[in-house]
Unconditional design. Structure first.
Length: 119
C-alpha cells in the first residue's frame, strides 16, 4: 500500500470555496480516468466523494497528482448468479450527512383537495 501525503478535495473546497475552472476540469478528468481504470478491471468504487480524492504534490513542485482513495466498499462489476448484493436497489447507500442539501425527496401525489394553480 502506498503512503500518501497531501490534501483531500473536501479540505481544498472548504478552504478555497471554489476552484479555478481549469483546475476543476483537470481534477474531474483525472478522477474520471481513475474510475475508468477501475471499471476496466471490473471494480466499482461505490464511495466516491471529495474526502476520497487526494492531491499529492509532484516532485520539485511540478504540480499535483490526483488520487482516488478508499476502495474499501468497492464491488465487482460482474456478479455470479445467486451472489448477494451489498446494496438494495432504490435504497440510499450514503449516510444522510453526505447527501447534498438539495437532494430530491420522494414525490407524493397531491390530494384531490390540493390545487396545482396559483391564485
Amino acid at each position: 500500500m502506498e503512503y500518501l501525503t497531501g490534501r483531500n478535495l473536501y479540505d481544498e473546497i472548504q478552504e478555497l470555496g471554489s476552484l479555478p475552472v481549469g483546475r476543476a476540469v483537470r481534477i474531474i478528468r483525472d478522477i474520471s480516468r481513475a474510475i475508468r481504470a477501475a471499471h476496466d478491471v471490473g471494480i466499482i468504487h461505490r464511495d466516491l466523494k471529495p474526502d476520497n480524492v487526494m492531491f499529492v504534490p509532484m516532485p520539485e513542485g511540478e504540480g499535483e497528482y490526483v488520487k482516488v482513495l478508499d476502495f474499501g466498499i468497492s464491488a465487482g462489476a460482474e456478479r455470479v448468479e445467486g451472489e448477494a448484493r451489498l446494496t438494495i436497489p432504490a435504497t440510499p447507500s450514503a449516510r444522510p450527512s453526505t447527501w447534498r442539501p438539495s437532494r430530491p425527496r420522494a414525490r407524493t401525489r397531491p390530494s384531490s383537495s390540493t390545487s396545482t394553480r396559483s391564485a
